[in-house]
Design a protein around this ligand. Structure first.
Ligand SMILES: Cc1cc2nc3c(=O)[nH]c(=O)nc-3n(C[C@H](O)[C@H](O)[C@H](O)COP(=O)(O)OP(=O)(O)OC[C@H]3O[C@@H](n4cnc5c(N)ncnc54)[C@H](O)[C@@H]3O)c2cc1C
Length: 232
C-alpha cells in the first residue's frame, strides 16, 4: 500500500514539521505521520515561540534554511527581546503568535511541498532488520517501509499529565499519549525517562480586573526571527 519513503517523520509538532520540510527540501520523499492532522504545528501551551535557548535555536534553524522563524514572523502578534538588561549573549528573542494562524501557516507550507505526504495514525513500533530501522508499524497494523525514521514525538510517548494531586495519561491537554515505541526502545537497550514541563494555570479573562494590572508591551522596534526578508 505504501511506497518506500526516504524519510518517515513521526509527529507533526514544531520539530516534526521542521524535520519533514528539511528532508523534503533536500529532495527526499517524505511521509509525515501524526496522531491528529488538525494539530499540525500546534503551539503546545503558550502561543509563544522562542525565549531563552529556544529563541537561539529558532534563529539557528533559520540560518540553516528552516521554516520556524519565517512562520513565527508571519503569524507574530508581539515581539520582545528577553534579558536586554544582561549582556548580549543572554538576549533571547521571543514572539507571541496567533496560535491558529501559526498552525495554519505550517500546514500550508507542508501541504504545498510536493515531496511530503501525510498520514494520520499512531505509530506503535519500529520495524527492524539486521540492526537497522527499515520502517514502522501503526496502530491499525499497517507496515510502512522507510529508509530512515525520525522520531519527534514531543511529550507524547507514554506521556503523563499531573494536575495538582491527580495524574493521568496524556500527550497534551485533550490529547492521548502514544504507546508502543518507548517499550520497544527499552527492549532494544535504550534508556527511557520523562522530562517535566509546567503549564501556567488558565484563567478566564472576563474574571480579571485589567485596571489593576501593569501592561507589558512588546518592544517598540520589534525584530523578527528570520534573517530573510520573508514576511507575509
Ligand atoms: C508547558 C510548556 C510550555 C511551553 N512554552 C513554550 C514557549 O513559551 N515558547 C516556545 O517556543 N516553546 C514552548 N514550549 C515548547 C514547545 O511546546 C515545544 O518545544 C514544542 O511543541 C515541541 O515540539 P515537538 O515537535 O518536539 O513536540 P510536540 O509539539 O509535543 O508534538 C509531538 C507530535 O508528535 C505526535 N506523536 C507523538 N507520538 C506519536 C506516535 N507514536 N505516532 C504518531 N504521532 C505521534 C503528536 O500527535 C504531536 O503532533 C512549551 C512546552 C510546554 C510543555
Amino acid at each position: 500500500m505504501f511506497p518506500e519513503y526516504d524519510v518517515v517523520v513521526v509527529g507533526a509538532g514544531h520539530a516534526g514539521c521542521e524535520a519533514a520540510h528539511a528532508a523534503a527540501q533536500m529532495g527526499a520523499k517524505v511521509l509525515l505521520i501524526t496522531m491528529d492532522m488538525t494539530k499540525i504545528g500546534q503551539m503546545s501551551c503558550n502561543p509563544a515561540m522562542g525565549g531563552v535557548a529556544k529563541g537561539q535555536i529558532v534563529r539557528e534553524i533559520d540560518a540553516l534554511g528552516g521554516m520556524s522563524g519565517i512562520i513565527s514572523d508571519q503569524t507574530m502578534i508581539q515581539f520582545r527581546m528577553l534579558n536586554r538588561s544582561k549582556g548580549a549573549a543572554m538576549w533571547s528573542p521571543r514572539c507571541q503568535s496567533d496560535r491558529m494562524r501559526f498552525a495554519e501557516a505550517w500546514r500550508l507550507a507542508l501541504e504545498r511541498h510536493p515531496n511530503i505526504d501525510f498520514w494520520q495514525e499512531m505509530v506503535t513500533g519500529l520495524r527492524i532488520e539486521n540492526h537497522r530501522v527499515v520502517g514502522l508499524k501503526t496502530s491499525m497494523g499497517l507496515e510502512i517501509p522507510a529508509r530512515a525514521v525520525v522520531l519527534t514525538s514531543g511529550t507524547f510517548m507514554n506521556g503523563l499529565i499531573h494536575i495538582g494531586e491527580k495524574q493521568y495519561g496524556g500527550g497534551r491537554a485533550g490529547e492521548r499519549a502514544s504507546v508502543g515505541i518507548t517499550e520497544q526502545l527499552v527492549v532494544l537497550g535504550f534508556e527511557a525517562g520523562r522530562m517535566k514541563t509546567g503549564t501556567p494555570p488558565r484563567i478566564d479573562g472576563r474574571s480579571l480586573d485589567y485596571t489593576k494590572m501593569e501592561e507589558q508591551p512588546g518592544d517598540e522596534k520589534p525584530e523578527k526571527f528570520s534573517f530573510t526578508d520573508t514576511r507575509a
